[in-house]
Design a protein around this ligand. Structure first.
Ligand SMILES: Nc1ncnc2c1ncn2[C@@H]1O[C@H](COP(=O)(O)OP(=O)(O)O)[C@@H](O)[C@H]1O
Ligand SMILES: [Mg+2]
Ligand SMILES: [Zn+2]
Length: 681
């Protein structure tokens, strides 16, 4: 830099800077706050002395020391008494003028002061680190104080006592040593900084000092200013490697706002957003802009639209009710589930695509992992990383057993709690979930219940606001349309249907809409309440007396969320009757798809809860009772005879009887004592 031979003493220059009224006050208050550090805004320093500020960036180690000494000198003037008590002041720089891309950090930035932003994916607990180690010479008893740097604890080479000078042995003495709090973090690139199709990179960050440790938790978005360092990893017994690993020695940490930061709309864009919101066809237009290359699936795209906008979360003093929605698509292979999910992850503000297994050790929720050195650290999984965004979980049925347990809390309370390996923490996971699952038998069996079709426990299924089933059934008409659509894509290399709202505007539209908190109008309230009560009584008045619960409070809350989301799409502060109507319609559609017959109004949420609808349960009990009464007459019952009996006297179609029999066999309710014969267990 130009100013190599600085004419003024940098320490004095810093002291002048600290004579500004604002900093004088802060320095004077150190005694009250009990702190030993002072934060300065880089921009302010730059305005004060550009050359000095540049030196801080280029030779941070040296200049931060000057800065600390300058602040300390000022402290001696402001509060000499306190200056006696503390030995030094650490100066922390916040908000550099520009940030470095995490993936671009390299040898060029080594030993420089940089600012990076990212998500904390991993954090160790706060641990004491030796600052000055006391080593007692075992030969003469002298205490040798050794200032520590680097990764490993350094013992003195020789005893400092003039009349000793021998090379030990030395004994580390904890009581005489001084410690400082330290913590290791792993910072990952934010999804919004990620070039398309690239895996996120991570960076190790070392935090030292009680003001900066424990500030950020896994899942937090942070801005860290620090010195880029490199250290050579050593290979057991072979010395150090020539290729170094980068690490950021943090000087300051700031937790950033939790909202996904999309650049705010320009005045023209805001105009476009307002105009679009007033369009009576706004819902259709936005819906048709979601994955236009994917043919059909209007109802699923509608659900995705609601999921993108989300409902309003309610934070009451005693409880919180999530506003984010969860939707599940169960479908045959090759029905574009993965394509849909990937699309949504791309367009959603803070969207994240992951497979059920997750892409890291932390899976979907969180995990305590053992670092190379043997220490434990807490790692955030996909739902924590997608906090305040949308997590698209493909093949959710394949999630890890640990996640199966932990995901309940994440889906309803929006937190992930961990208590393992000495780490106890609760992380935020205020995430909307769009999940896909493959049927356990390869294809969706319409005669089986959802719970039988998907290897997911009913406790998880019941936490989805909407569930849809995609079946790949040959159909002349729609097959022709679909093949034409797909072939057209291949020929033109573009979607035959154009999005009416482009992805960039849509993302801004969503962020803009999310600031609105729609409230239920009287009309909407009445519609939802009428529907809910009708469903409840429809279930209760079941003539067989079994009283299946048709619909639960969970569905009522889901309806409210959907209606609120629909109002948001039109940037309305009121949820209208129309919104409520649309919410009811899509909820009905979802309930129908999971096998509830809406036309007869015999709804049965039991199906999701117990994994079997009452209507099927009734039929199964007919099969069992028929089998038992036939057994009384003939002992062992021939399968064919049972099928005939059920078909003629109970009017249950042959195919369905066969399926029920194989289901009962699988469950072990009945068994096959001989080929072709059946008996109740
Ligand atoms: N409705 C559809 N519209 C457009 N493409 C489709 C449709 N259904 C399937 N495809 C195509 O079929 C392929 C398989 O989709 P994929 O998302 O991998 O299916 P899944 O995850 O459901 O097994 C993709 O290339 C997708 O584009
Ligand atoms: Mg797939
Ligand atoms: Zn000695």
């Amino acid at each position: 830099m130009a100013n190599e031979q600085a004419l003024v003493d940098p320490q004095q220059r810093f002291q002048e800077f600290f004579k500004k009224e604002k900093y004088r006050q802060r320095i004077a208050q150190l005694a009250i706050t009990g702190k030993a550090s002072i934060a300065i805004d880089f921009e302010e320093l730059y305005g004060f002395d550009q050359a000095l500020a540049e030196q801080v960036l280029n030779r941070p180690e040296e200049y931060l020391t000057h800065a600390g000494k300058g602040a300390y000198e000022q402290l001696r003037i402001e509060d000499a008494e306190h200056a006696e008590k503390i030995e030094k002041i650490t100066v922390r720089i916040i908000k550099l003028l520009g940030k470095e891309q995490l993936r671009k950090l390299g040898s060029k930035q080594m030993s420089k002061l940089v600012m990076v932003e990212g998500i904390v994916v991993r954090a160790t607990p706060v641990r004491p680190m030796v600052q000055v180690a006391a080593f007692k010479c075992k030969r003469c008893g002298t205490m040798n104080m050794v200032e520590q740097t680097g990764q490993f604890l350094k013992a003195p080479a020789v005893c400092a006592a003039p009349d000793c000078g021998r090379d030990g042995p030395f004994e580390f003495t904890q009581e005489e040593s001084t410690f400082i709090d330290s913590q290791d973090l792993r910072l990952q690139e934010k999804p919004e900084d990620l070039p398309p199709g690239q895996l996120p990179r991570t960076l190790a960050v070392k935090l030292v000092g009680d003001e900066i440790v424990d500030v950020a938790r896994p899942g937090d978005h942070v801005s860290i200013v620090g010195i880029v360092r490199a250290f050579a990893p050593s290979l057991m017994g072979m010395g150090k490697l020539r290729t170094f690993i980068l690490q950021l020695d943090a000087n300051s940490t700031e937790v950033l706002g939790k909202e996904p930061e999309t650049s705010p709309p320009t005045p023209e864009e805001e105009e476009k957003i307002r105009e679009l919101s007033k369009d009576p066809w706004v819902h259709r237009k936005i819906l048709s802009s979601i994955a236009p290359s994917i043919f059909g699936y209007e109802h699923i795209k509608e659900a995705i639209m609601y999921l993108l906008f989300g409902g309003v979360s309610k934070n009451l003093p005693d409880i919180t009710i999530r506003g984010e929605m969860n939707a599940l698509i169960i479908g045959d292979p090759g029905t574009a589930k993965s394509q849909l999910l990937q699309y949504v992850a791309r367009i959603a503000p803070r969207g994240l695509y992951t497979s059920g297994r997750g892409t890291t050790a932390a899976g979907l929720t969180a995990a305590v992992v053992r670092e190379k050195g043997g220490s434990m650290s807490l790692e955030a999984g996909a739902l924590v990383l997608a906090d305040k965004g949308i997590a698209c979980i493909d093949e959710m049925d394949k999630m890890r057993p640990e996640d199966r347990v932990a995901i309940h809390e994440a889906m309803e309370q929006h937190t992930v709690s961990v208590a393992k390996g000495g780490i106890v923490a609760t992380l935020n996971a205020r995430t909307a979930i769009l999940a896909a699952a493959n049927p356990s038998l390869g294809r969706y069996e319409p005669n089986r219940t959802v719970a039988e079709n998907v290897p997911l426990p009913v406790t998880i299924l019941s936490r989805f606001d909407l569930i849809f089933v995609l079946r790949d059934v040959p159909n002349k008409e729609s097959d022709a349309k679909m093949s034409q659509h797909i072939l057209e894509i291949h020929r033109r290399g573009a979607s035959p249907v154009e999005a009416q709202v482009d992805a960039e505007l849509l993302r801004k539209y969503v962020s803009y809409a999310k600031t609105i908190k729609p409230v239920l109008s009287d009309a909407a309230l009445k519609q939802l309440s009428d529907f809910y009560l009708a469903m409840r009584s429809a279930g209760g008045s079941d003539e067989s007396g079994g009283s299946p619960v048709a619909i639960t409070a969970r569905q009522l809350e889901s309806l409210v969320r959907i209606a609120e989301a629909r109002a948001r799409v039109a940037l309305r502060a009121q949820v209208t009757g129309e919104d409520a109507g649309a919410a009811i319609a899509i909820m009905k559609r979802s309930l129908e798809e999971v096998g509830i017959d809406m036309s007869s109004y015999k709804m049965d949420i039991d199906l999701i809860m117990t994994g079997r609808p009452k209507s099927i349960r009734d039929k199964l009990s007919v099969v069992i009772s028929t089998l038992m009464s036939m057994e009384k007459q003939t002992g062992i019952v021939e399968k064919d005879a049972l099928v005939n009996e059920l078909e003629t006297t109970h009017k249950i179609p042959r195919g369905e009887v066969e399926r029920m029999i194989s289901q009962l066999l699988r469950e072990g309710t009945i068994y096959e004592p001989r080929e072709g014969c059946l008996k109740k267990t």
